[in-house]
Design a binder for this molecule. Structure first.
Ligand code: ZN
Length: 151
């Protein structure tokens, strides 16, 4: 039988070993630093906007496998999207990863590859690793250039 959990595990391992959009962006419009002191995850998020569209999105830094895979999957999923659409993906993802509900297949499918990160719900201490880059992006989209910490 096709095992979704194995596929998700593979996605996390792949995106950690070979993170997408892992580079410093020299001409970024906004740079926001994110820090998760509980785990030591530390990243810089680079955002380039073209009016209401995310023209480019990249990150660098260092962190655990979950934080790197999450930033890789996030930048991959949101690059080229409208800012409003990116905000709505952020809201859906954030609700799903922090609530205690079981979600049906349709909801999970809506997230695409990002659903791989929902596995961290079984490890509450790791949820901040997975959401760090998302909070950092949220701050960048709001235009408040600063440092984000999960504490
Ligand atoms: Zn971490």
């Amino acid at each position: 039988m096709f095992d979704l959990k194995d596929l998700y595990q593979e996605l996390i391992v792949d995106h950690n070993r070979n993170p997408r959009n892992f580079r410093k962006m020299q001409d970024a419009d906004r740079v926001v630093e994110g820090f998760n002191p509980l785990c030591g995850d530390h990243l810089n998020l680079y955002l380039k906007l073209n009016q209401d569209q995310i023209a480019d999105l990249s990150f660098d830094g260092s962190g655990c496998a979950i934080s790197v895979a999450s930033a890789s999957l996030m930048t991959d999923a949101l690059k080229g999207k409208k800012v409003a659409d990116a905000e709505s993906v952020f809201n859906v993802f954030h609700n799903m990863i922090t609530d205690n509900k079981l979600h049906d297949a349709e909801e999970i499918e809506h997230l695409g590859k990002l659903a791989a990160l929902l596995g961290v719900k079984d490890y509450p201490a790791r949820v901040k690793c997975a959401t760090l880059c998302w909070h950092t992006l949220h701050t960048a989209l709001e235009g408040k250039e600063k440092t984000v910490t999960t504490e």
